[in-house]
Structure formats: C-alpha cells, structure tokens
Write a protein that binds this ligand. Structure first.
Ligand code: AMP
Length: 398
C-alpha cells in the first residue's frame, strides 16, 4: 500500500478538500437513489471528528465547462444534509470559496458548485488545479469511480498538496489490491456479458493473472463458435473468432484454464419465459439462440468456486433480465455469496450490469466487496493505471 489514508494525516484545524462522487440520479428535482451520497458519509464524519473542515469537490452531469443551471449541485443538498445529519452550504463560485463569508464558515460542511462548470477541470489545467489547491490545506480523494479520469480535481490537485485516500477510496483500493495485485490463490475470474469486443483488454489482462477464467453470457457464444461449434441465432461476434482463439492461446501459455459452458439453455425468442430447453453445448439448433448456461455448467462453476480462494466477477452468465434465463447467474452468484459469508472465499465484483445482476440474485450483500465504480473498476481489472490513484501514490510538491 503506497498511498496515505486519513489515519496518516493531521487534520486538526485544516481545510480538507475532499473529492467525492455524488453524481446521483435525479428526477423532477429529487434524488432518486442516494447510495453514492450515503457511501461518502464515513469519510466526511471522520474528517469532522478529527477537527478538519470538509470542503467537497464534485461533478454533476456533463456541463462541458459551462454553467448549466439544471446541473447545479443544489439539487443534492437535501439528500446530503439528511445523510450527514449536519449543515451543508453550497458555495456557488470559486471566488466565493476564496472569500468565505461568516455564514459559510458556520456550516459544518461546504460543497463547491459543480466542478465541471469550469473548463479547467476536464482539461486538467495546471492553473485551475492550483486555484483549487489554494482553497484548502489537505486533499482527500474519496471518488474512486472518477479516478480513471485525469481531471484537475481528481489528478492535478493531488500533486500540489499533501494528499490521501478517503474511506471509500481506501476500501475500494484495498479490495481491488487483494483481488488482483496480491491475491490468495487459486484465483478464478468470471467474465460474462454481451460482447467480447468490449472486454478484450479485460480478458487479455485476466488470463495472465488468474488461474481459471470462466467465460459466460453472449461472450461465451463467440468462444464456442471460434471452436467450431454451431451457435444458431445466438448473439455472437463471428468476426472475433480469431481474437477468441488468440485469447485461448495466451491463456494456455500462461497456465490459465478457460471454462466455457458444458450445457446451454436455448430458446427461439429473446423474451421472458420464452419456451426453452437445456441441451449439451454442441447441440444448439440452427434456429435457436443460447440465452443461459445450463445446470451442469453451474455445478461445474460451483466446484471451481469451492476450490478457489479469490473470485473476481464481471458480467452476467446469461440474459439475466429475462426470467428464467437468469438461473445460472443467480445460482452461481448465490454459491459464491455463501462461500464468502462462510469466510472461504474473497469475492470482488463490479462493472456495468454486474451489480444489478448480483442484487437481483440476492447475493450482493454477502460478496466480500462490490464495486459501484463502473468504468474505474473495469480499467483497474484491465491492468490500467488509474490517474487519480497514481497521483495519490506520487510525490507532492507541498
Ligand atoms: P455487459 O454490459 O457486457 O456486462 O452485458 C450485459 C448484457 O449481456 C445483459 O443485458 C445480458 O442480457 C446480456 N447477455 C448475457 N448473455 C446473453 C446471451 N446469451 N444472449 C444475449 N444477451 C446476453
């Protein structure tokens, strides 16, 4: 661990510039899901308890460097105040933040208006980063989900002042490092979802790091077709057959076992409750599509999970939005959750539809860690350096 946490900083009397992700869904002027707000509460409380003054930096939507009134962070204030049980004041301009009024000083927490109203933010403009840094004494980054972007408030600023990870960032980095950087072996990864083409970097990195790679969902069809099996009318990227074979070759060279479905659930319509049948993997009829893995495949996955110490999961094993084609995803996820609950498996999941699929399976709660970071989670799993995390590890000029 080469980054600092709040425990390493002396916060007493310090203004703590805290980058958070409160880019929450809003409908008719109300926050419809406050999960992201709830997740930053421990960091803010911690800063306050240590005598620091949190000044929150956050983006909201995509105003593209201009003031867009509909994208004001004012809309999150009621939810933020409710989650914290504290007074929060919105500071509308940088000038306002540079010359705080007595009233503003009286609030427990300050929130700077949408940082993307300023063109310097997404350009990572050094002058803008310096101006932001001038607003505080310490920088705390609690926005892992924005760490794959090199912006002034996520990257530039961290080089200009003493910096640390907030509690949510700390939890995310600790879980991801445990899963991929220095994992307990054997490690198994499940990669499912629609298309191979969107997950090439992910597959390429994982085959070199994990002991077994389970490929599921529409992606598995492309691998089956690449092995010469018929996949009927299934979602399948036939043009990716060569790439799929390359990934299998790379896996074999790295000693990574690739696990594909042994049996399949096929239907003739992409619809919930479409008439369906379970067949051996090589028997897909020409006029049918594969919508899920079958029970034998699930049993095999359960045995693989039983023998593993660490599990990384991204993407569903079938068309999980359509019953009963969620069966393999649900059963495998529940098995992994039970092993995790029993302390036998470290399980980390995230990215895209994965959180929804594991929630639907009722398995999310017992996974060791579920990342809600989306793009940043996937880039980490792809082996990429996240600028916001790299900057926390770097030297500061302060
Ligand atoms: P991704 O965003 O790449 O994780 O893909 C998730 C999507 O893949 C979900 O909408 C699933 O319905 C879809 N999916 C998974 N398996 C299949 C399949 N066998 N056929 C069609 N769609 C699938």
């Amino acid at each position: 661990m080469s980054w600092k946490t709040l425990d390493d900083m002396d916060l007493a009397g310090k203004r703590v510039l805290t980058r958070v992700d409160i880019n929450v869904p809003v409908e008719n002027g109300r926050v419809t899901d406050a999960t992201r707000i709830e997740r930053i509460v421990p960091t803010i409380n911690d800063i306050l308890e240590r005598g620091g003054k949190p000044i929150l930096l956050a983006h909201f939507g995509r105003p593209k460097g201009k003031v867009v009134l509909d994208l004001s962070l004012r809309v999150v204030l009621p939810a933020l105040r409710a989650a914290l049980g504290r007074s929060v004041r919105l500071i509308e301009t940088l000038e306002g933040a540079e010359n705080l009024t007595t009233e503003a000083h009286a609030a427990d927490v300050l929130l700077l208006e949408n940082i993307r109203f300023y063109p310097g933010e997404e350009k990572n403009d050094p002058d803008f980063a310096r101006r932001l840094a001038g607003l505080g004494d310490i920088y705390c980054n609690d926005a892992f989900s924005a760490a794959h972007r090199a912006h002034a408030s996520t990257e530039g600023i961290a080089h200009l002042m003493p910096s640390c990870a907030g509690r949510l960032m700390q939890a995310e980095l600790t879980a991801l490092e445990a899963a991929l950087s220095n994992p307990k072996r054997p490690v198994v990864a499940v990669v499912g979802g629609a298309k191979v083409s969107t997950k090439l970097d992910l597959l390429g990195n994982l085959v070199e790091k994990v002991d077994s790679l389970v490929i599921g969902g529409g992606m598995a069809n492309t691998f089956l077709a690449a092995q010469g099996l018929g996949v009927g009318t299934s979602l399948c990227e036939h043009e990716m057959a060569g790439t799929a074979r390359e990934i299998m070759g790379k896996a074999a060279a790295a000693g990574c076992e690739i696990i594909l479905p042994a049996d399949i659930v096929v239907a003739r319509a992409f619809e919930a409750n479409a008439p369906h049948e379970v067949l051996a993997v090589h028997l897909c009829p020409e006029d049918a599509m594969i919508l899920d893995a079958g029970p034998t495949s699930v049993k095999r996955l359960e045995r693989v999970f039983d023998g593993a110490k660490t599990l990384i999961w991204n993407g569903p094993l079938g068309a999980f939005e359509l019953e009963p084609f969620d069966a393999a995803t649900n059963a495998a996820a529940r098995h992994a959750a039970a092993l995790s609950k029993a302390g036998k498996l470290i399980s980390v999941a995230g990215g895209g539809d994965t959180v929804a699929a594991l929630n639907q399976a009722g398995a999310a709660e017992d996974f060791t860690y579920i990342s809600t970071a989306g793009g940043a989670f996937l880039e980490w799993m792809e082996g990429k350096d996240l600028p916001g995390v790299a900057a926390l590890k770097g030297e500061t000029a302060a």
